[in-house]
Design a protein around this ligand. Sequence first.
Ligand SMILES: Nc1ncnc2c1ncn2[C@@H]1O[C@H](COP(=O)(O)OP(=O)(O)OP(=O)(O)O)[C@@H](O)[C@H]1O
Length: 276
Amino acid sequence: MSSLSASESVPTPVPTPVPSGKPLTVKVENLSVTYRTTFERVPTFKNAITRLGRGQRAVREIEALKDVSFDVPDGTALGIIGNNGAGKSTLMRALAGILPPNKGRIEVHGRISPLLSLGVGFNANLSGRENIILGGLASGLSRAQVEARAEDVTTFAGLEEFIDAPMRTYSSGMYSRLAFSVAVHMDPDILMIDEALSAGDATFKTKAAGKMAELRENARAFFLVSHSLASIQQLCNDAIWLHKGELMMRGTPQEVCAAYTKFVQVGDSAVILEDL
Ligand SMILES: Nc1ncnc2c1ncn2[C@@H]1O[C@H](COP(=O)(O)OP(=O)(O)OP(=O)(O)O)[C@@H](O)[C@H]1O
């Protein structure tokens, strides 16, 4: 067990430095998001009585983001790191306008690619081609614009033979490849990718990394959530670290990844010490 004390091991959030004087693409101010969820999948009278006996409430609240603030100037490729359950996907969903904030505000200047966790928003009963159209329309393009890109999307995903089959017949890799391909072909001003590098096999991963590097050059802002610190350092020029819903640090990908790695190395002991 490490000799670190609990107070040493859990860093205090560092105030976010205000980056350069470039125009802002995204501004997040005091953002808090709380999920309200029921205890049981299927509520029953018996469970309700048991809960009442224990003085428990029927609804549980999970504070997924707590008072998070940061600015994203034009040209930023922001890596978002943190443990499981830290609030990374919640932040992406809030930025994309899928989840309303409970507190605070989000300002977004530009068109966002709507595909986050790869494949969210697809309808598995529709064909790959129909989902390309849906995804394109959802990201704000006209039908004609999406149709003009459908071929490139299909070829990039390597799904020429399967594009008219319902997506429920796709393997998870095929599903992710198509989702990634749709997201990156719609010329978003702001590209948001959640765990993109887990899409597909090794060949596709290499192709995906190349495409992301190209998009990062053209998009006004690029957000990447990944557990791969190597990808964050390779593809991003800025980074934030979330922990239990709080913004712990903002800095260069190298600084933030180093601090996070240090935290993770002592993390297990820290939790034990904290619990004692
Ligand atoms: N739909 C939901 N309903 C209730 N709670 C949720 C929901 N989605 C996420 N949460 C909770 O919110 C917190 C943050 O979850 P989130 O998915 O944003 O974390 P994450 O950092 O993306 O995690 P991971 O690395 O595992 O993907 C977690 O405690 C999670 O259990």
